[in-house]
Design a protein around this ligand. Structure first.
Ligand code: PEP
Ligand code: MG
Length: 322
């Protein structure tokens, strides 16, 4: 079966009714780029750069080290787009205590609700500037998209955009080569999902982080085993939020991707296609399996099932029963 799936690697990803579907890879380190390419992915939909900051001795990566990492990822994708997410440090992805002395803040009280991801970056402006400059410099070498995690406030959006403008100006002043990036927002906090018009005004694309969207919608710590039975991707409200985000992005003509685990879970492929999703980003090992599902799907047959499922208080059963 694995060998059969592997043969799908170079098959175009199109549904039975001719809908093209983009399958992208999630990576954690620059060295993962060849694996992403070999999987048949048509780009990287999520480069979790925090892994360059974790599990290391000594100092956090400076601008040059980051630039080298992003350059390596871009080169490894050989012209395919690379979506670089700014660090999502905090919560289940803490820094080593060794590196903490470099930082202003250390908050461990309730980490998933605390100084995490973009909140962390905005609280460490020099650190954020170094990362933005490194990403913009890598963008001179290939197609780079910049993705911001965990946004929830319009104020954060404005501060991010100001920091990017400042990074661009400083690179220009120094005469350092840099490129343009499309700017995207992770939709992974319910507040963001419920204020899509604002996000769609400010961003070129959005990417739904279902892992955190589930965690924050259901108030279930994704890392806490004592409540893992309540962590439910099939919860009706989770599905409604995902559906609304996809629909609103498409109505605004902006690309929308799912890059949480849901995208690489074959149980959700048809449902996400039914919701209109045409871009999925996942662990490279899942690409062929999800492609096989897509190749077997006729989206025209799914409309009635989707409506019934979204209206159901037991969506998993309704979807399966359809
Ligand atoms: C997510 O939250 O779904 C996501 C893709 O980001 P991460 O898993 O890195 O938090
Ligand atoms: Mg997340």
């Amino acid at each position: 079966e694995r060998a059969r799936l592997d043969r799908l690697r170079h098959t175009p990803c199109v549904t039975l009714d001719g809908q093209a579907v983009e399958l992208l890879a999630n990576i954690e380190l620059p060295a993962d780029a060849p694996t992403a390419l070999a999987s048949g992915a048509v780009g990287v939909g999520l480069f979790r750069t925090e892994f360059m900051f974790m599990n290391r001795e000594g100092r956090l990566p400076d601008e040059e080290e980051q630039f080298e990492g992003y350059r390596q990822a871009v080169a490894g994708l050989k012209g395919l787009p690379v979506t670089i997410r700014t660090v999502d440090i905090g919560a289940d992805k803490p820094l080593d205590r060794m590196n903490v002395h470099e930082l202003r803040h250390e908050h461990l009280l309730n980490p998933a609700l605390g100084l995490r991801a973009i909140r962390w970056s905005l609280s460490e402006p020099e650190m954020f500037a170094r990362q933005l400059r490194a990403v913009l410099r890598a963008a001179a070498l290939g197609k780079v998209r910049l993705l911001i995690p965990m946004l929830a406030h319009v104020e954060e959006i404005l501060r991010v955009k100001a920091a990017i403008a400042e990074a661009q100006e400083s690179l220009a002043r120094q005469g350092l080569a840099h490129g343009r990036v499309e700017l995207g927002a992770m939709i992974e906090v319910p507040a963001a999902a419920l204020m899509m018009p604002v996000f769609l005004r400010h961003f070129d694309f959005v990417s739904i982080g279902t892992n955190d969207l589930i965690q924050y919608t259901l108030a279930i710590d994704r890392a806490d085993e004592t409540v893992s039975h309540l962590y439910d991707a099939w919860h009706p409200v989770v599905l409604q939020l995902v559906h609304q985000v996809i629909t609103q992005a498409q109505q605004a003509g902006k690309p929308v991707c799912v890059c949480g685990e849901m995208a690489g879970d074959p149980d959700f492929t048809e449902l996400l296609l039914a919701m209109g999703l045409r871009s999925f980003s996942m662990h490279p090992s899942q690409i062929s399996l999800i492609k096989q599902r897509v190749l077997r799907t006729d989206t025209r047959t799914l409309r009635a099932r989707l409506a019934a499922t979204l209206a159901s208080d037991r969506p998993q059963d309704t979807w399966a029963g359809g």
